[in-house]
Design a binder for this molecule. Sequence first.
Ligand SMILES: Nc1ncnc2c1ncn2[C@@H]1O[C@H](COP(=O)(O)OP(=O)(O)O)[C@@H](O)[C@H]1O
Ligand SMILES: [Mg+2]
Length: 187
Amino acid sequence: MTQTTFAITSAGKPVQDIHPLVAHHLLVVGQTGSGKTTSTLSLLDQLQRTNYTTIIFDPTGEYSKLPNSVTYKLGENAYLEAGQLSAHQLREALRIHGNQLLNDKLAQAVDALRIQQNIVQSNKPYVKIGVPIADYQKQLAKLSNWSRSFAPQQLAEQLIAEFVIPYPDERADYALLGQQYDRPTIN
Ligand SMILES: Nc1ncnc2c1ncn2[C@@H]1O[C@H](COP(=O)(O)OP(=O)(O)O)[C@@H](O)[C@H]1O
Ligand SMILES: [Mg+2]
Protein backbone atom coordinates (compact mmCIF):
# COMPACT_ATOMS: atom_id res chain seq x y z
CA MET A 1 0.00 0.00 0.00
CA THR A 2 1.43 3.35 -1.01
CA GLN A 3 1.81 6.03 1.65
CA THR A 4 1.36 8.94 -0.78
CA THR A 5 -0.88 11.65 0.53
CA PHE A 6 -3.12 12.71 -2.32
CA ALA A 7 -5.85 14.46 -0.41
CA ILE A 8 -6.39 16.30 2.82
CA THR A 9 -9.75 16.13 4.58
CA SER A 10 -11.57 19.29 5.65
CA ALA A 11 -10.36 18.46 9.16
CA GLY A 12 -6.79 18.67 7.87
CA LYS A 13 -6.19 14.92 8.00
CA PRO A 14 -4.06 13.41 5.19
CA VAL A 15 -5.83 10.77 3.10
CA GLN A 16 -3.46 7.93 2.34
CA ASP A 17 -5.84 5.13 1.46
CA ILE A 18 -7.64 5.76 -1.79
CA HIS A 19 -10.34 3.12 -1.32
CA PRO A 20 -12.69 4.98 1.07
CA LEU A 21 -12.35 8.02 -1.18
CA VAL A 22 -13.60 6.26 -4.31
CA ALA A 23 -15.99 3.84 -2.63
CA HIS A 24 -18.74 6.46 -2.94
CA HIS A 25 -19.67 9.10 -5.46
CA LEU A 26 -17.03 11.78 -5.70
CA LEU A 27 -17.48 15.24 -7.18
CA VAL A 28 -14.48 17.42 -7.96
CA VAL A 29 -15.38 21.11 -8.15
CA GLY A 30 -13.39 24.32 -8.30
CA GLN A 31 -12.57 27.33 -10.42
CA THR A 32 -10.66 26.93 -13.66
CA GLY A 33 -7.00 26.49 -12.79
CA SER A 34 -7.69 25.35 -9.22
CA GLY A 35 -6.31 21.85 -9.88
CA LYS A 36 -9.34 19.66 -10.68
CA THR A 37 -7.70 17.91 -13.62
CA THR A 38 -4.41 17.51 -11.77
CA SER A 39 -6.20 16.03 -8.73
CA THR A 40 -8.22 13.67 -10.92
CA LEU A 41 -5.07 12.54 -12.74
CA SER A 42 -3.45 11.87 -9.37
CA LEU A 43 -6.47 9.79 -8.30
CA LEU A 44 -6.38 7.84 -11.57
CA ASP A 45 -2.66 7.27 -11.14
CA GLN A 46 -3.25 5.86 -7.64
CA LEU A 47 -6.05 3.65 -8.91
CA GLN A 48 -3.78 2.29 -11.64
CA ARG A 49 -1.09 1.54 -9.07
CA THR A 50 -3.58 -0.46 -7.00
CA ASN A 51 -4.62 -2.37 -10.15
CA TYR A 52 -8.07 -0.85 -10.32
CA THR A 53 -9.71 -0.82 -13.72
CA THR A 54 -10.97 2.67 -14.46
CA ILE A 55 -13.27 3.67 -17.30
CA ILE A 56 -13.19 7.33 -18.29
CA PHE A 57 -15.96 8.99 -20.33
CA ASP A 58 -14.11 11.93 -21.72
CA PRO A 59 -16.07 14.28 -24.00
CA THR A 60 -13.15 16.69 -24.55
CA GLY A 61 -10.28 14.17 -24.87
CA GLU A 62 -8.47 15.69 -21.90
CA TYR A 63 -7.51 12.28 -20.52
CA SER A 64 -6.71 10.58 -23.82
CA LYS A 65 -2.93 10.69 -23.21
CA LEU A 66 -3.13 8.99 -19.83
CA PRO A 67 -0.26 6.45 -19.63
CA ASN A 68 -1.16 2.73 -19.71
CA SER A 69 -4.64 3.41 -21.01
CA VAL A 70 -6.55 2.05 -23.98
CA THR A 71 -8.39 4.82 -25.78
CA TYR A 72 -11.52 4.31 -27.85
CA LYS A 73 -12.73 7.16 -30.01
CA LEU A 74 -16.22 7.08 -31.45
CA GLY A 75 -16.04 6.91 -35.23
CA GLU A 76 -12.32 5.97 -35.25
CA ASN A 77 -11.89 2.70 -33.38
CA ALA A 78 -15.27 2.54 -31.64
CA TYR A 79 -18.64 2.32 -33.32
CA LEU A 80 -22.25 2.41 -32.32
CA GLU A 81 -24.14 -0.61 -33.58
CA ALA A 82 -27.15 1.11 -35.12
CA GLY A 83 -29.17 -2.12 -35.14
CA GLN A 84 -28.99 -2.31 -31.35
CA LEU A 85 -30.21 1.18 -30.61
CA SER A 86 -33.72 2.18 -29.58
CA ALA A 87 -35.63 4.65 -31.75
CA HIS A 88 -34.87 7.33 -29.19
CA GLN A 89 -31.14 6.54 -29.19
CA LEU A 90 -31.15 6.53 -33.00
CA ARG A 91 -32.70 9.97 -33.08
CA GLU A 92 -30.05 11.23 -30.68
CA ALA A 93 -27.18 9.60 -32.59
CA LEU A 94 -28.40 10.85 -35.97
CA ARG A 95 -29.55 14.19 -34.55
CA ILE A 96 -32.99 13.76 -36.03
CA HIS A 97 -35.17 16.35 -34.37
CA GLY A 98 -38.34 15.69 -36.26
CA ASN A 99 -41.94 16.32 -35.39
CA GLN A 100 -44.00 13.96 -33.23
CA LEU A 101 -45.34 12.11 -36.27
CA LEU A 102 -41.86 11.33 -37.57
CA ASN A 103 -40.69 10.31 -34.07
CA ASP A 104 -43.65 7.95 -33.70
CA LYS A 105 -43.16 6.46 -37.15
CA LEU A 106 -39.44 5.94 -36.48
CA ALA A 107 -40.27 4.05 -33.27
CA GLN A 108 -42.82 1.94 -35.18
CA ALA A 109 -40.32 1.29 -37.96
CA VAL A 110 -37.74 0.02 -35.44
CA ASP A 111 -40.39 -2.27 -33.90
CA ALA A 112 -41.41 -3.58 -37.33
CA LEU A 113 -37.79 -4.31 -38.28
CA ARG A 114 -37.24 -6.03 -34.92
CA ILE A 115 -40.22 -8.29 -35.72
CA GLN A 116 -38.73 -8.99 -39.15
CA GLN A 117 -35.30 -9.87 -37.81
CA ASN A 118 -36.27 -11.81 -34.69
CA ILE A 119 -39.64 -13.38 -35.38
CA VAL A 120 -40.05 -13.56 -39.16
CA GLN A 121 -36.25 -14.00 -39.56
CA SER A 122 -36.07 -11.77 -42.61
CA ASN A 123 -33.86 -8.81 -43.38
CA LYS A 124 -36.51 -7.22 -45.58
CA PRO A 125 -38.87 -4.42 -44.59
CA TYR A 126 -42.21 -5.31 -43.00
CA VAL A 127 -44.91 -4.63 -45.58
CA LYS A 128 -47.92 -3.55 -43.54
CA ILE A 129 -50.56 -3.35 -46.24
CA GLY A 130 -53.29 -5.95 -45.63
CA VAL A 131 -51.88 -7.16 -42.27
CA PRO A 132 -54.54 -7.63 -39.57
CA ILE A 133 -53.87 -5.41 -36.54
CA ALA A 134 -54.39 -8.41 -34.23
CA ASP A 135 -51.63 -10.38 -36.01
CA TYR A 136 -49.26 -7.45 -35.78
CA GLN A 137 -49.93 -7.03 -32.07
CA LYS A 138 -49.26 -10.72 -31.43
CA GLN A 139 -45.89 -10.37 -33.16
CA LEU A 140 -45.13 -7.21 -31.20
CA ALA A 141 -45.95 -9.00 -27.93
CA LYS A 142 -43.44 -11.75 -28.81
CA LEU A 143 -40.56 -9.28 -28.89
CA SER A 144 -38.51 -9.31 -25.73
CA ASN A 145 -35.40 -7.57 -24.50
CA TRP A 146 -33.46 -10.38 -26.14
CA SER A 147 -34.79 -9.45 -29.55
CA ARG A 148 -33.70 -5.83 -29.75
CA SER A 149 -31.63 -6.14 -32.91
CA PHE A 150 -32.87 -5.00 -36.29
CA ALA A 151 -31.55 -4.37 -39.82
CA PRO A 152 -30.68 -0.65 -39.79
CA GLN A 153 -30.03 -0.61 -43.56
CA GLN A 154 -33.78 -1.10 -44.07
CA LEU A 155 -34.77 1.81 -41.86
CA ALA A 156 -35.51 4.32 -44.64
CA GLU A 157 -37.65 1.84 -46.55
CA GLN A 158 -39.40 0.69 -43.38
CA LEU A 159 -40.20 4.28 -42.52
CA ILE A 160 -42.11 4.55 -45.82
CA ALA A 161 -43.86 1.23 -45.12
CA GLU A 162 -45.20 2.73 -41.88
CA PHE A 163 -47.31 5.26 -43.75
CA VAL A 164 -50.24 3.01 -44.56
CA ILE A 165 -53.86 4.09 -44.18
CA PRO A 166 -57.31 2.59 -44.88
CA TYR A 167 -59.10 3.34 -48.14
CA PRO A 168 -60.95 6.64 -47.82
CA ASP A 169 -64.28 5.15 -48.96
CA GLU A 170 -66.67 2.31 -48.06
CA ARG A 171 -63.90 -0.25 -48.73
CA ALA A 172 -62.09 0.94 -45.57
CA ASP A 173 -61.15 -1.96 -43.26
CA TYR A 174 -60.08 -0.75 -39.82
CA ALA A 175 -59.08 -4.27 -38.72
CA LEU A 176 -56.02 -3.92 -40.97
CA LEU A 177 -52.87 -1.89 -40.36
CA GLY A 178 -53.48 -0.25 -43.71
CA GLN A 179 -54.71 -0.71 -47.23
CA GLN A 180 -52.80 1.87 -49.22
CA TYR A 181 -49.78 4.16 -48.88
CA ASP A 182 -50.38 7.67 -47.64
CA ARG A 183 -48.43 9.18 -50.54
CA PRO A 184 -48.95 12.88 -49.74
CA THR A 185 -47.58 12.44 -46.19
CA ILE A 186 -44.70 10.24 -47.41
CA ASN A 187 -43.80 12.92 -49.94
N1 LIG B 1 -1.27 20.80 -6.14
C1 LIG B 1 -0.74 21.60 -7.07
N2 LIG B 1 0.41 22.23 -6.84
C2 LIG B 1 0.94 23.04 -7.77
N3 LIG B 1 0.45 23.28 -8.99
C3 LIG B 1 -0.71 22.68 -9.29
C4 LIG B 1 -1.37 21.81 -8.35
N4 LIG B 1 -2.51 21.37 -8.93
C5 LIG B 1 -2.55 21.93 -10.16
N5 LIG B 1 -1.47 22.71 -10.37
C6 LIG B 1 -1.18 23.49 -11.60
O1 LIG B 1 -2.22 24.43 -11.77
C7 LIG B 1 -2.59 24.53 -13.13
C8 LIG B 1 -4.09 24.26 -13.32
O2 LIG B 1 -4.38 22.92 -12.89
P1 LIG B 1 -5.54 22.07 -13.52
O3 LIG B 1 -5.53 20.76 -12.85
O4 LIG B 1 -5.42 22.09 -15.01
O5 LIG B 1 -6.80 22.91 -13.07
P2 LIG B 1 -8.34 22.73 -13.51
O6 LIG B 1 -8.53 21.41 -14.13
O7 LIG B 1 -9.11 22.90 -12.23
O8 LIG B 1 -8.62 23.87 -14.44
C9 LIG B 1 -1.72 23.54 -13.88
O9 LIG B 1 -0.65 24.24 -14.48
C10 LIG B 1 -1.23 22.60 -12.81
O10 LIG B 1 0.03 22.08 -13.14
MG1 LIG C 1 -9.39 20.92 -16.06
